[in-house]
Design a protein around this ligand. Structure first.
Ligand code: CUA
Length: 266
């Protein structure tokens, strides 16, 4: 059988095109950094999201090494949390579910773009190599506030990322002569141990205590403040730990009551 030369050429060109299409699609499906949405996330009772182990407390969790998990709840018309911060050089797995209707979770400029369906958990893992800022959008029409449904994802330089928190409990006012305490709690959101010194400065008094915090744990320090030594009046205090600072004012009131006239202590 004799095939015309032109026909041979067209056959060859068609074969090349077909192979090219298959190669393109294969690359798109399994190429570097590309993740397919799947149903690995499982299902969830949309009415019991607040009690759920993962979604009861949304936000970023350090899993270990450079791996992080982010739990996000979508609802009309916002994401919780609305702002997400992860470090560069991390591998982040997003778990997203909806409290009400179908939304989407799309991180503009990345390949994260998934439907978020009530009762289902969408799961995606992405690597962020470089610092950057990304908008998060809802691409699924979800009611009159749909166009306002947005969030923000910030990839910060690794050395600027911190999951340490400092919280301080202190009274506003105390009577002179009474002992009072200022409590500082340092929590370590990373899976690695943290050692730091907690310092309290109040008036010209200074207290400090070293704490060792186990990964994902927290430690509290109680400073007993001598109000006699401070004397009556307003005293600014500052608590520092792990590069964080909290401050406030403690007012020591004269226990004898009465006016705050200028009669000294002596
Ligand atoms: Cu949520 Cu559109």
């Amino acid at each position: 059988m004799n095939i015309h030369t032109y026909e041979k050429l067209w056959l060859a060109a068609a074969m090349v095109l077909i192979v090219g299409f298959i190669a393109t699609i294969t690359y798109g499906a399994v190429g570097p950094g590309v993740t397919m949405v799947n149903d690995d996330g499982g299902s969830i009772d949309p009415d019991a999201i607040s009690d759920h182990e993962r979604f009861g407390d949304t936000g970023v969790t350090h899993v270990g090494g450079d791996e992080y998990e982010v739990a996000v709840v979508a609802q009309a018309w916002s994401y919780s949390p609305g702002e997400i911060e992860v470090p560069a050089g991390s591998e982040v797995t997003f778990y997203v579910t909806s409290r009400d209707v179908t939304h989407s979770f799309s991180v503009v400029g990345t390949n994260i773009n998934t439907m978020v369906i009530p009762g289902e958990v969408s799961q995606m893992t992405v690597e962020f190599d470089e610092p950057g800022e990304y908008g998060i959008l809802c691409n699924e029409y979800c009611g009159q506030g749909h166009h306002n449904m947005e969030g923000k994802l910030t990839v910060v330089p690794e050395d600027e990322f911190n999951m340490t928190e400092l919280s301080v409990e202190a009274p506003d006012e105390v009577e002179a002569g009474n002992e009072t305490t200022i409590n500082a709690t340092v929590s370590d959101g990373m899976q690695t141990d943290l050692g730091t010194t907690v310092t309290l400065e109040i008036g010209d008094q200074q207290y400090e205590e070293d704490v060792a915090i186990e990964g994902a744990g927290s430690e509290s320090v109680e400073f007993a403040v001598d109000t006699d030594e401070l004397g009556a009046g307003d005293h600014d205090w500052t608590v520092t730990a792990a590069g964080y600072e909290e401050s406030g004012t403690l007012t020591v009131v004269d226990g004898e009551g009465g006016s705050d006239g200028g009669d000294g202590d002596a």
